[in-house]
Design a protein around this ligand. Structure first.
Ligand code: CO
Ligand code: CO
Length: 321
């Protein structure tokens, strides 16, 4: 879809554009000077939960995440909203309040936005951030010997699908919503301080889909240890009942050929790694020598991190064992 456009914006014509339409990364990056680059991104989607405040907060946390996934710090955001004309004003206000409180928590300013009328609600943000041009996290920054670290558990796709089908347990939903609302701020800041260079966030293309993008961009093999991958409670139960969103099946069809699973990992477990996430965690490639410092920094910030795999030299490939 993007191919005809990509050719119109060749890197050579825009020397300050460090990350543009030709690089499949989380956000665009424009170098301002030797110390500063702008990180620019936008994201919006239809409701994933019933509560309007939570929906707004999740959509905002998800949009802000693409700045964090580049190692940046958000400083300005604009709302993007499409709302039905018959939606009660209090509901619309709650969506916007949920988003605004996340922008505030990120330490950024909400400076305006644009709203149109639409039958199905859509909400998200355009976000600007700053990053040091030499301290970017990119999908091409993973190196053999790095350790793979994840900052949120998986299972948000099955939880929100269970909710849509009226099969969700309230406690499971609450846990999932709390994680989806959580900013990737602390994880990103901890990683930036210790000098991580490889990173992305786990969203619609699933853990393995986004991992494959990293493997390809970095030219490395990524190996995951299934038993070390965290899941929210209930995720495995809903997966047993095959309550997956359509996107998860698409992910398996598309990325499956690039993944080798050890035989003991059954189909349900495999599918959980292809589960389409909303506002998922950061997937970071951390130099082994910096891992203990990263874990210590994250602990001070109250940010859980899971070591779930490593990076090896070799043809781009994903192994799950
Ligand atoms: Co992203
Ligand atoms: Co995104």
């Amino acid at each position: 879809m993007l191919r005809p456009i990509q050719g119109m914006f060749a890197q050579a014509d825009f020397p300050d554009l460090l990350v543009g339409i030709g690089n499949a990364d989380d956000a665009a990056v424009w170098q301002l000077n030797s110390e500063q680059a702008l990180v620019v991104t936008t994201d919006f989607f239809t409701p994933v939960v019933d509560d309007p405040y939570d929906y707004g907060a999740i959509a905002a946390a998800n949009a802000l995440s693409d700045v964090y996934a580049m190692g940046g710090q958000p400083f300005l955001a604009l709302n993007i909203a499409a709302l039905p004309s018959d939606l009660p004003a209090e509901i619309s206000a709650e969506i916007l309040r949920g988003g605004a409180e996340k922008v505030r928590e990120a330490g950024a300013a909400l400076a305006g936005g644009h709203t149109i009328q639409d039958k199905e609600p859509k909400f998200g943000l355009m976000v600007l951030g700053f990053v040091h041009p030499q301290r970017l996290f990119t999908k091409s920054g993973a190196r053999p010997g790095d350790v793979l670290v994840l900052s949120k558990p998986l299972g948000f796709g099955v939880i929100t699908t269970a909710l849509k089908r009226d099969l969700v347990d309230q406690a499971d939903l609450t846990e999932g919503v709390d994680w989806m609302k959580r900013l990737n701020k602390a994880a990103s800041q901890a990683a930036a301080t210790v000098g991580v260079r490889g990173g992305t966030d786990v969203t619609g293309y699933s853990l393995l889909g986004h991992a494959w993008e990293m493997a390809q961009a970095s030219g490395v093999r990524l190996r995951f240890f299934f038993e070390q991958i965290p899941f929210i409670q209930g995720a495995k139960r809903y997966a047993q009942d095959w309550i997956f969103p359509g996107g998860s099946l698409d992910n398996r069809a598309y990325y499956g050929p690039h993944v080798n699973f050890e035989q003991r990992i059954d189909e349900t477990s495999q599918m959980l790694l292809f589960d389409a996430q909303t506002s998922g965690g950061l997937l970071l490639a951390v130099p082994q020598a910096k891992l203990s410092e990263l874990l210590a920094k994250a602990e001070i910030l109250g940010q859980p991190l899971w070591v779930i795999g490593d990076v090896e030299a070799g043809e781009a490939k994903i192994e799950v064992g």
